[in-house]
Design a protein. Sequence first.
Length: 259
Amino acid sequence: MLVIGEKINVMSKTIGPAMKSREAKPIQELALAQVGAGANMLDVNIGPATKGGPEMMDWLVKMIQEVVDVPLSLDTTNAAAMEAGLKVHKGQALINSASGEKERLTSMLSLAAKYDAKVIGLTLTKAGIPRDANERMAIAVDIIGACAEHGVSLENLYLDPLILPIGVAQQQAMEVVEAIKMFRQLNEPPIKTVVGLSNIYNGVPEEIHGVLIRTYLTVLMTAGLDAAIMDALDKDLMDTLKTIQIFKNEILYCHSYLD
Ligand code: THG
């Protein structure tokens, strides 16, 4: 399982202001901490970044890759900011994300082909949030078709069924699980899947966050999830992940528990 650290996020009370004032140190420390805790990739989320997006992403990518050598997941809907990040990124970046929305699909897949990047295909369109696994499948099929048109190898695609907050969309939790199973049937070898795990607890009391994400991760990984944008600094969550990997025979028992 690919662990993508979620902490470098413009919404964060400490990191948002540091991004805006170009203060490198807290961001670099958070990058190092997440990689030290087991993150294989780091999400760099600047949101829509309508003002100064390209400059912000250029600065972030260079500055973060000065201290860690994992690839970055460039998280923005701003295509110009995405390209600015891809231009300076060392190694293979992950574009987070394309969606089923025509313009975003075209711009992000063009960039994926141009820079040989991996790309997340979020099963979301302008028509609104998908209601069930079948609606997610229909969008996934469109995204896969567009990959072929743009010359993006399916090996570089991660489909994201979009986790919604449990408090507002309880019936969606298992639709996401079903979608992961269905996406895997779309190709041989199976198309990889990714989620933003913490979406699930938005609006839920903090005492419940831990048990919610640990249990949900277990269910998602049983369905075959390949990657998650998640809190790598949450030790209980990372321990749960390692334990599931033992059950799935993905890591050796001795290696994990004796270390
Ligand atoms: N899919 C894809 N990308 C995504 C998401 C997704 N990117 C953004 C998001 N969803 C995943 N990342 C986060 C990052 C942080 C939180 C939730 C999702 C979060 N953080 C803490 C909180 O609010 O409690 C701390 C925030 C703070 O420091 O203030 O919830 O689904 N492709």
